[in-house]
Design a protein around this ligand. Structure first.
Ligand code: NAP
Length: 338
């Protein structure tokens, strides 16, 4: 009886945005929650992940995933609890993570759904350090960036979900780590809490000048989350044989003009450096390796994480924009239920 009347609130894409999203981008809708059929599970979404990539998913056109269609429930990673199961691998009460969408209840056929254990870590952490951002940091740094012990590592977006893990992974390898972030508080978090060797506040400091001062021998690995001017500044400070990991370019995601390419790219020639893009999904078959490494470091006290939790599905539109104003302090998560 209760099942038949359960209501499912959802965030749907109302219109493709020009620039930053606003209230007109999204619709909060409601419909009767579905019921699990054979081979399916019904999941109650508890925590919804807000990720910069979601801004790209609502643009028209070709990407590494098809765009979310206007009218569709917004694609989103989430953690939830299995309410009903007709699937052999999942039982009622299991906690799971996957692409469940921006909604309170989601049906799944089990593909891409992973069990998570709330006794090992708080549930939101499976959307951050022990989830997609953590894996991005781990594989981006080690595989794409080919990190070697003791190198000099620069990371932009350093106080965010991915960047904070990148810096700590590099510190655990004996590297010298410099982070770039917006504001004194975030910079203090990097050096005082996370053990970065130095931090540059791109909002109040001249990034290229600071890099020249802090990295006179150049940077071996630049893990870039931001693109634009910060990428250009980093290109002026490469060591010979440097690797640049193009993880993201958040400074460009709301551009109304075409994305601007790096002006200083000829440093790649001069320094015999490489610049390589990555998509974390390519490494999901190896996820266990990354998760074990991340959990191992956390156990040794070498990996700290923080989540920025906003309450309520109806806060989705405002909360999403925090990623682009820099208001989030750590992995941004929307809590939908206890
Ligand atoms: P996040 O860093 O937790 O949050 C976004 C942060 O970006 C903001 O807090 C803000 O920090 C910074 N930012 C926003 N606009 C900026 C601008 N114009 N210039 C400089 N910094 C700006 O987000 P995240 O989840 O860790 O993602 C970071 C990057 O990784 C994004 O580019 C994302 O697309 C990318 N990513 C890529 C993959 C992949 O597979 N390639 C996977 C996950 C994430 P400040 O206050 O410091 O400005």
């Amino acid at each position: 009886m209760q099942t038949a009347t359960r209501q499912n609130r959802q965030i749907r894409l109302a219109a493709r945005p020009q620039g930053m999203t606003d209230a007109s981008t999204w619709n909060l809708t409601q419909e009767t929650a579905p019921v699990a059929g054979p081979g399916q599970v019904l999941v109650q979404v508890l925590y919804l992940s807000l990720d910069p990539a979601m801004r790209g998913w609502i643009n028209e056109g070709e990407s590494y995933m098809p765009p979310v269609a206007v009218g569709e429930v917004m694609r989103a990673l989430a953690v939830g609890r299995v309410l009903q199961s007709q699937h052999a691998d999942f039982a009622e009460g299991d906690y799971v993570s996957g692409l469940l969408g921006a909604q309170e209840y989601a049906l799944s056929d089990g593909k891409g759904l992973f069990k998570v254990d709330p006794r090992l870590a708080p549930l939101p952490r499976y959307l951050g350090a022990f989830g997609m951002p953590g894996l991005t940091a781990y594989f981006g740094l080690n595989v794409v960036g080919e990190l070697k012990d003791g190198e000099t590592v620069l990371v932009s977006g350093a106080a965010g979900a991915v960047g904070a893990i990148v810096g700590q992974l590099a510190k655990a390898r004996g590297c010298r780590v410099i982070g770039i972030a917006g504001g004194a508080d975030k910079c203090a978090y990097l050096t005082q809490e996370l053990g970065f060797d130095a931090a540059i506040d791109y909002k109040s400091q001249h990034v290229a000048q600071e890099l020249a001062r802090l990295c006179p021998q150049g940077v071996d690995v630049f893990f870039d989350n931001v693109g634009g001017d910060i990428l250009d500044a980093a290109l002026t400070r490469l060591a010979v044989g440097a690797r640049i990991v193009i993880c993201g370019a958040i400074s460009q995601y709301n551009n109304q003009q075409p994305v601007r390419g790096p002006a200083n790219y000829l440093s790649l020639l001069v320094k015999r450096a490489t610049m390589k893009g990555m998509v974390v999904g390519d490494y999901y078959p190896r996820a266990m390796e990354g998760l074990q490494a991340l959990a191992g470091l956390a156990q040794q006290g070498k990996l700290k994480a923080r989540e920025h939790i906003v309450q309520g599905l109806e806060q989705f539109p405002q909360a999403f924009n925090m990623l682009f104003t820099g208001e989030n302090q750590g992995k941004l998560v929307l809590q939908l239920s206890e």
